[in-house]
Design a protein around this ligand. Structure first.
Ligand SMILES: NC(=O)C1=CN([C@@H]2O[C@H](COP(=O)(O)OP(=O)(O)OC[C@H]3O[C@@H](n4cnc5c(N)ncnc54)[C@H](OP(=O)(O)O)[C@@H]3O)[C@@H](O)[C@H]2O)[C@@H](O)CC1
Ligand SMILES: [K+]
Length: 231
């Protein structure tokens, strides 16, 4: 049976509906999404095996998920390092950054040096609002991710992939195939081209909302914020 997915327009509409009719704040959604990302990381490799996690964050909410995930990773026992070259305007991002700085989580400008010292990378650069060609300063970062042998957990989408059409046929993300992906709330159409371990997170969708948008709430167990599914 084909996995039910939601496209970028439906995903953005769902976000809007959660925050209007659903009365959620973006703070809550990002917090729960980021917690799910951190849990997926723990499931993939605990801090005893891979303490050094490079968290690459973009300017939107995908980056916000990365900032929150890093805070939880710190408390889980990892040593996250942040690469956050283009901070978005929303005041929320500054709050999340300050929370990390207070924990002495380092922020670096040198992505390549940080990558060489990492055990895993979390790709929180672009999510469902990415479109077009990758703009500066991210092409070199995406290229390094595509070429790296270090395992990667992508948040909601492998950054630079077209949300509906998958991996780009050209450009820095041409050969980018991360080993793990966590789809938030529901998989996006690009999962058709994804070959690694696949988790779903974002445990804040009521059954009737999922039905309205045409996807399934996965079978979360106990207090888990994530479910691993077959790709
Ligand atoms: N309900 C859910 O599922 C929830 C989902 N959540 C998460 O939010 C994510 C969606 O977040 P989002 O809408 O803020 O946008 P996102 O994908 O982070 O990136 C957009 C930014 O990237 C940039 N940009 C775009 N194209 C570019 C290019 N070609 N080259 C370079 N830059 C480019 C552009 O910035 P600009 O360059 O315009 O300043 C824009 O601001 C979603 O995937 C999930 O992870 C949860 O946190 C909450 C609950
Ligand atoms: K991403």
């Amino acid at each position: 049976m084909a996995l039910k997915t939601i496209g970028p327009k439906a995903a953005a509409a769902l976000d809007e509906e959660l925050m209007s009719t659903g009365s959620f704040s973006v703070y809550q959604l990002i917090e729960l999404a980021g917690l799910a990302v951190a849990q997926a990381m723990f499931k993939l490799s605990p801090p005893s095996q891979s303490p050094n996690i490079l968290v690459a964050c973009g300017p939107g909410n995908n980056g916000g998920d990365g900032l929150v995930a890093a805070r939880h990773l710190h408390y889980f026992g990892y040593k996250p390092t942040m690469y956050y070259p283009k901070q978005g305007k929303n005041e929320l991002y500054q709050r999340l950054r300050t929370q990390l700085e207070q924990l002495k989580v380092p922020f670096t400008d040198d992505f390549h040096a940080a990558l060489s010292k990492s055990d895993w990378v979390i790709d929180g650069i672009f999510g469902f609002s990415f479109s077009g060609e990758v703009r500066e300063p991210f092409p070199a970062v995406i290229k390094a991710l595509a070429e790296s042998k270090i395992p990667i957990l992508a948040v909601d989408a492998p950054s630079s992939w077209n949300i509906e059409e998958g991996p780009p046929s050209d450009g820095p993300g041409k050969d980018y195939q991360p080993g793990a992906l966590i789809s938030l709330t529901a998989p996006k159409p690009l999962v058709k081209w994804f070959k690694g371990r696949h988790f779903i997170g974002g445990r804040f969708i009521a059954q009737e909302v999922a039905e309205k948008y045409g996807f399934d709430v996965p079978p979360y167990q106990g207090s888990d914020q994530i479910v691993e599914i077959d790709t």
